[in-house]
Design a binder for this molecule. Structure first.
Ligand code: FES
Length: 566
């Protein structure tokens, strides 16, 4: 047997005798039917995130087959292996709670098993960041293939897609405009095909950022899950992975500070999900790259929102794909991007932009001169209520509420909100600011997508569609409204949000990036003195919850575990 350390010889199990380890390993893998010739090829691991609970990943088996075909066409041996799968609606208490676990699974399985490169197949919100975080830490050549967006459906002749329309119809239901039967009927149409949410939610955002950052072959960010092009793209990805193994093209060479800045520029331009900021921070953080919130805000001042997709605009992901996908966005942003960053193609972003197919008329991606929204998609707020920052997606907010002073209506937890928000006697007006405490990384726990606080039923029934809402939670990228999120430090660790009481006044001033709690310092000091932390979460004394609660960081650090960051 050769002494080469690649392929099947990588990471030999420690029996104290490497030759024996290789001999036994070969004996076992040959039970899968491989020949010696196959086992001498570069090994390409394929991270299979299929799960019967995850419709966003329903097409993973076909993608795996296409990737395998590409690997074999290039002379490699593909070996798929399982990674846990997270779906947004099938993860209690929230998929964010489990993102870091999935990243650990990815890192350790890439390191533990012999592979010269890895193809990472993900799609649903947390899966792409988790795979990239893990691969970045493992630093083995890796390339992402996303499952791709779902197609749209129709409801009573109206085009619909998950999940901006899910929320829009739910708001109608709460306002009494549609009944139980119609809500049931909608569940047949809102998610009409396999694939990820078909608007500019977190999954679409992460797919586009991954492509912009250079971790995906060009064009992969928007191909719908059910298109044959998706399989062809996956085949090319498998083929490319074999070459990346030979070139040693690791994530560290691709995910550089400049590549991260390029992705953040694209995040602003696409009107992407606020979650994209947390995930970019976590992915970059794995390689010691710090995402500075104020620098991100600064980037947004120069880059308008170009992409006319829900929830900021009107179209769906399949429309963006037909309009050219990321290509017209990159073309339009060319002068703002750092063009010498390396991508998984082995070429620079600038070379990729030069190689783009010719532009054609379309109206989904606007121009810098005539954008969808003049400012960037997101703004970072600071002030005595958020000394470490908070974020608002201004492009999906009500412009008339972006400078607003209102009386706080405080809910101390998700449970408190659920119990009282629909009380017909609730003392609330449309000018109030709804505040939710204890829904951050530690508070809930898992920083749920609860920041899209419901309009109290008595106001919803009067036709109120938006109010200023504020929390340390996250929000689904598919949601919309004047909603301040990720307030840091969070209230569960005694951040200033914990000191807000119903009846206090709060001032939001998005143009000046400020969020202020209009209460005298002496009174805040008195409240701080009297503050006690919330009681411990049930089950906190053991298991993953214990690990999570002890090691998760705040939103400005990407909610990664401190021990996973270099
Ligand atoms: Fe998977 Fe929206 S639930 S992408």
């Amino acid at each position: 047997m050769s002494n080469k350390r690649e392929g099947i010889r990588k990471g030999l199990t420690r029996y104290g005798d490497d030759a024996f380890s290789l001999y036994v390993r070969k004996a076992f893998i040959k039970a899968m039917g491989y020949t010696d010739d196959a086992l001498e090829r570069p090994l390409i691991g394929i991270a299979n995130t299929y799960s019967g609970y995850n419709a966003c990943h329903a097409t993973v088996p076909q993608i795996v087959e296409a990737v395998k075909r590409g690997v074999m066409l290039a002379g490699g041996l593909p070996i798929e292996f399982p990674i846990i799968s997270l779906h947004e609606s099938f993860a209690f208490p929230t998929s964010m709670f489990l993102r870091n676990l999935m990243s650990i699974d990815t890192e350790e399985m890439i390191k533990a098993q012999p592979m010269d490169a890895a193809v990472l197949i993900g799609g649903c919100d947390k899966t792409v960041p988790a795979l990239v975080m893990g691969a970045a830490s493992a630093n083995v050549p890796a390339v992402v293939e996303v499952t791709g967006p779902m197609l749209t459906g129709t409801h009573h002749g109206e085009r619909v897609g998950a999940c901006t329309d899910c929320r829009r119809f739910w708001a109608k239901y709460r306002g009494g405009e549609i009944d139980d039967a119609e809500v049931e009927e909608l569940t047949n149409q809102l998610v009409p095909t396999a694939g990820t949410c078909g608007v500019m939610g977190t999954a679409s955002t992460m797919a586009l950022l991954t492509e912009a950052m250079g971790m995906m072959l060009p064009g992969g960010g928007t191909i719908p899950a059910t298109f044959a092009d998706r399989q062809r793209h996956a085949e090319l990805t498998g083929k490319r992975a074999v070459a990346m193994a030979a070139e040693g093209l690791t994530p560290k060479k691709v995910i550089t500070p400049a590549a991260v800045r390029n992705a953040l520029r694209v995040l602003q331009a696409i009107g992407g999900s606020t979650n994209g900021l947390i995930h970019m921070t976590a992915m970059a953080g794995r390689l010691g790259i710090r995402v500075d919130l104020d620098a991100f805000d600064e980037l947004g001042r120069d880059i308008p929102v170009l992409v006319d997709l829900k929830p900021s605009g009107q179209y769906y992901m399949e429309d963006l794909h037909r309009a050219g996908g990321l290509a017209p966005i990159l073309r339009e942003l060319r002068d703002h991007l750092e063009l010498d960053t390396l991508t998984v193609t082995g070429r620079t972003l600038g070379e990729e932009i030069d190689n783009l197919p010719p532009a054609y008329p379309q109206d989904v991606v606007k121009t810098v001169d005539a954008p969808l929204y003049p400012g960037g998609g997101m703004v970072i707020l600071r002030g005595n209520l958020a000394p470490d920052g908070a974020v608002i997606k201004q492009s999906a907010a009500n412009p008339s509420l972006l400078s607003h002073e209102g009386r706080a209506l405080v809910f101390s937890s998700l449970e408190d909100m659920a119990a009282r928000v629909d009380d017909p006697d609730l003392d609330v007006t449309p000018d109030d600011v709804i505040v939710l405490q204890n829904a951050g990384p530690l508070g809930a726990p898992g920083m749920p997508e609860a920041g899209y606080l419901p309009i109290p039923k008595k106001l919803a029934e009067q036709g109120v569609k938006d109010m200023v809402r504020l929390s340390d939670a996250r929000m689904s990228g598919t949601a919309f409204g004047t909603i301040i999120l990720h307030v840091a430090p969070e209230s569960a660790v005694g951040g200033p949000l914990a000191l807000v009481e119903t009846g206090d006044w709060i001032r939001l001033d998005v143009p000046n990036r400020s969020l202020e709690h209009l209460v005298e310092d002496a009174e805040l000091a008195r409240r701080r003195e009297a503050w006690t932390p919330p009681s411990a979460h049930a089950g906190a004394e053991r298991g993953y919850l214990n690990l999570y609660l002890n090691r998760v960081t705040q939103a400005p650090d990407g909610c990664d575990f401190d021990f996973l960051m270099p």
